[in-house]
Design a binder for this molecule. Structure first.
Ligand code: GCB
Ligand code: CA
Length: 861
């Protein structure tokens, strides 16, 4: 009671005082925005002009200049104040003009910065604020290239700050100078070093007292430190404090205890300026053999990478959505997050402190570098900014330098050997500079770099520069074999036994619309995602020397050049772009949570199409050793392995509620079972839809239609005759990963049978609608007329595809050349009315090249 009263009083007091002191408020509302590509409109910040176009136009999304303007009335009393604009982030070159006078320019899209407007403002009038933001490609600013969108705009909060003339210096790289170091921490004692600087913009010399007060996690004041100094007009004076906290309450993911420091600037008996910051006491070390230790205890770091964009919003997220992401990550059971590939919103670091998530934060030096001084200097400046801006956060344990810096070089066959050597040299030099700078600014944290699977990182020496190494490994996806993952690690560890190893990325693409019980690499099924993550988790947990792992990625994210199952989206997320969960999210809970959990997998796989002699495969995730599953009056029991219990149970046709129980917790799901041999009998009620050329089923989220996995023809049933599953790339199981024009159901058209002879349905007499669907998968397919080709045109002939379609021997389509008749990589759907006396056989007769079929639908009228 007593404490509460005191707090209320303190809040009241400080709110009265702050009016004269520092005033901090957002300046987010009602900006006039326009660009070459956008008519003038009123927008609120956070804002990006690329929330939509990267998902429609791919790589052609608008990258250029956008202009934000508004008037700002400056009250007369600002006469004796300093006025600042603080940007949390704006991508990527930002120029500020006040009353047409240039105030400042900032380069780099992911860190904060502050401009001092005081000189340019005219008090007592309306002032014109104009902010020009440019997200054009710029060879002097990282990232030069990366697998994500470079959304332009003032996409984070904008703050207006006014302070007294005598104030804590604000317009610097730290966006308010207040660093709290905890260089020595133990259970007995926590050392604190506070660094700040004050600035005197008044006309007279001042005698000041600066106080630092420390509050423990309960809010009790535990230390008061004082410092006196004199400061001349225009001068900046550094102020430092030192102190010790006996038996500090330590910060950890399990107990994220936060202290608070308040610094106060006092002159003439009056508090002029106040700054507050949370901080924490923890210590950590990493051993190349035994792994990571936090506060003396071993802890395996397990979590995810996180991009900052969101469906429909681009990168312009309100703080609440940032918070929610990290809450979800914590609730998944994770203790770690990598802010790949750039510093994120200040709210992110605040919430990670509060939730207890350990953070690797990095600058966006990705894929490639430029040798120019300008590029090197901006990279260094970014590193300085992120370190100073997020210095006080106990969650941050590692500063990242670079990501896969040799990947472009390795795949570039146009570069000469000397050019490659020069590129390697400048990359290594930049890494050395970044390393040196980071250690100067922050000797108490680890430095880290993420590498892709290539020897060059070892041979160039770059991997020896940072304290620890993160490997981005995609065995079972970009390179074959899940077991190759562990072998690769063992080999690296043996060759470089002193290098602490971390798995900074891993994961396959997974699309919630695609389901199977027979997962294969590149089928984009959720089942394959489970298979890969399960294997990687096991392989890391078996190896103490790997100190942690971060899945790629927490959420699906926008990437304009990607052609996956969903074009322009990288689908390696544990959750979808809108943050709805994929099953894999729950799998991590089963592996990581301590409190009992059970989950019937198959959120997006409730429709099961099986043969009547087959059983239904149901996967349950749980952290209990044993799970029971009941349906109707039957109960089954199974042991879990790696958090998974698999049940093969007979279920009748129709809806079946299935309940999994582990100890006190249970979870249910309704599965609808369909026997494939009965589909023809039920065609009066329900169309038959087949995802031809695929072992996966596909659900159209708009119509709710399920396109079932294909099957070879069986008598009294249906299926394909002849042909092969189309493979564009021999390393991938099936299909073409291309943006199929004219459809949202890309996966349906990406998989197909080529050279198919017929599709047969043994249906009864009746009138039907038969729809054939296909897309020409070859970009170089010829549009020539097969019958007009002379023999000298053999080359063209090879790339011509032409076939006839016959339904029950009657030709319905002659010389169908998909490229010529509809266009390449374009969804084609043709519906025929069929009057059938006895069954339907659709024949594909080739004139040139191979026939094609992606999907087929049969409805009865
Ligand atoms: C990587 C990159 C990351 C990509 C990822 C992928 O290694 O670091 O930026 O998004 O692979 O999905 O290919
Ligand atoms: Ca924010």
């Amino acid at each position: 009671m007593h404490l509460k009263k005191y707090l209320i009083l303190a809040v009241l007091l400080s709110s009265c005082l702050t009016y004269a002191q520092r005033q901090v408020q957002t300046l987010n509302s009602a900006w006039k925005f326009s660009s070459e590509a956008h008519a003038e409109k009123i927008v609120d910040l956070p804002h990006t002009w690329n929330a939509e176009d990267p998902f429609k136009d791919g790589k052609e999304y608008f990258r250029g200049e956008g202009t934000y303007t508004k008037t700002l009335f400056a009250p007369q009393k600002w006469d004796n104040r300093q006025v600042f604009l603080k940007f949390e982030g704006s991508n990527q070159v930002t120029t500020l003009f006040v009353n047409d006078r240039l105030v400042g320019e900032h380069r780099g899209g992911y860190t904060g910065f502050v401009f001092d407007l005081t000189e340019a403002l005219v008090p007592g009038t309306e002032n014109q604020i104009r902010i020009v933001v440019d997200n054009s490609h710029n060879v002097d600013i990282p990232p030069l290239d990366a697998d994500f969108n470079f959304y332009g705009g003032i996409y984070r909060d904008l703050w207006l700050i006014t302070t007294p003339k005598l104030h804590f210096e604000t317009a610097n790289e730290a966006t308010s100078n207040f660093l709290i170091r905890t260089p020595e921490v133990s259970a007995e004692n926590g050392r604190i070093l506070i660094e700040s600087s004050i600035k005197n913009s008044s006309a007279k010399r001042e005698a000041v007292t600066v106080e630092a007060e420390i509050f423990d996690p309960q809010g009790n004041s535990v230390k008061l430190l004082k410092n006196k100094s004199r400061i001349k007009t225009g001068e900046v004076v550094e102020v430092t404090f030192e102190g010790d906290i006996i038996s500090p309450k330590l910060w950890s993911p399990a107990a994220p205890n936060l202290y608070r420091a308040e610094i106060r600037l006092i002159s003439e008996g009056k508090v002029q300026d106040v700054l507050n910051s949370n901080f924490g006491f923890r210590w950590f070390e990493v051993d190349p053999e035994k792994g990571f230790f936090l506060n003396g205890e071993p802890i395996k770091l397990i979590g995810a990478n996180r991009h900052q964009d969101f469906q429909g919003l681009g990168n312009a997220l309100p703080d609440r959505l940032h918070q929610k992401d990290y809450q979800m990550i914590k609730e998944m059971g994770a203790n770690f997050i990598r802010t790949a590939h750039y510093p994120q919103d200040p709210e992110v670091y605040r919430i990670c402190d509060e939730l207890g998530l350990l953070v690797w934060s990095e600058v966006p030096v990705i894929n490639d570098v430029t040798a120019s001084d300008a590029y090197h200097n901006v990279s260094l400046k970014m590193q300085r900014e992120q370190i100073k801006q997020f210095f006080n956060h106990p969650s941050v344990i590692m500063w990242g330098h670079m990501n896969e810096i040799f990947i472009r070089l390795v795949f570039n066959n146009k570069m000469t050997e000397p050019e490659k050597a020069a590129k390697i040299k400048t990359s290594v030099e930049l890494a050395e500079k970044l390393e040196k700078l980071t250690k100067e600014l922050d000797p108490d944290r680890l430095t880290v770099m993420a590498l892709h699977e290539n020897e060059l990182y070892n041979t160039s020496g770059i991997a020896d520069i940072p304290d620890v190494i993160g490997w981005n490994l995609y065995f079972g996806w970009y390179s074959p074999g899940l077991e190759s993952f562990g072998k690769f690690l063992d080999d690296q560890h043996q060759r470089y036994p002193n290098r602490p190893l971390f798995i900074s990325e891993y994961g396959p693409g997974a699309d919630a619309r695609i389901q199977t019980t027979d997962p294969q690499p590149w089928d984009y099924s959720e089942a394959y995602q489970l298979k890969l993550h399960r294997s990687y988790l096991n392989q890391v947990l078996e190896r103490d020397y790997v100190f942690g792992m971060a899945a790629w990625n927490f959420a699906d994210f926008g990437s304009s050049f990607r052609q996956d199952a969903m074009p322009y989206i990288n689908q390696k997320g544990l959750v979808n772009f809108d943050r709805s969960k994929k099953d894999i999210y729950y799998y991590y809970q089963a592996r990581l949570l301590k409190e009992p959990m059970v989950y019937v997998a198959g959120k997006n796989f409730t429709d099961r199409y099986i043969h009547s002699d087959e059983q239904v495969e149901i996967t349950v995730f749980s952290n209990a050793p044993q799970v029971t599953l009941s349906s109707g009056d039957k109960t089954y029991s199974a042991e879990t392995k790696d958090g998974i219990a698999i049940f093969e149970i007979p279920l009748p046709e129709g809806k079946n509620k299935v309940t999994a129980t582990a100890g006190d917790v249970s979870h249910s799901r309704v599965f609808e079972v369909h026997f494939r041999e009965n589909l023809l009998d039920k065609i009066d009620e329900k169309a038959i839809l087949v995802n031809v050329g695929a072992h996966v089923q596909y659900k159209d989220p708009v119509t709710g239609e399920v396109w079932i996995a294909d099957q070879p023809y069986r008598e009294n049933s249906f299926g394909y005759i002849g042909g092969e599953v189309f493979q564009k790339d021999k390393n991938k199981i099936q299909g073409t990963a291309s943006d199929i024009q004219g459809t949202e159901n890309d996966p349906l058209f990406q998989t197909m049978r080529e050279g198919i002879e017929a599709y047969k349905f043994d249906v009864e007499e009746g009138i039907y609608l038969l729809t054939v669907m296909l897309a020409e998968p070859q970009f170089n397919a010829s549009e020539a007329l097969i019958y007009n080709l002379s023999s000298s045109e053999e080359k063209i002939k090879e790339s011509v595809r032409s076939f006839d379609i016959l339904i029950n021997e009657e030709p319905v389509q002659q010389d169908l050349n998909p490229a010529r008749d509809y266009g390449k990589i374009r969804a084609i759907s043709i519906t025929y009315k069929v009057n059938s006396k006895d069954g339907i056989t659709v024949k594909f007769a080739e004139n040139a090249g191979k026939s094609l079929l992606s999907a087929i639908k049969l409805e009865k009228l």
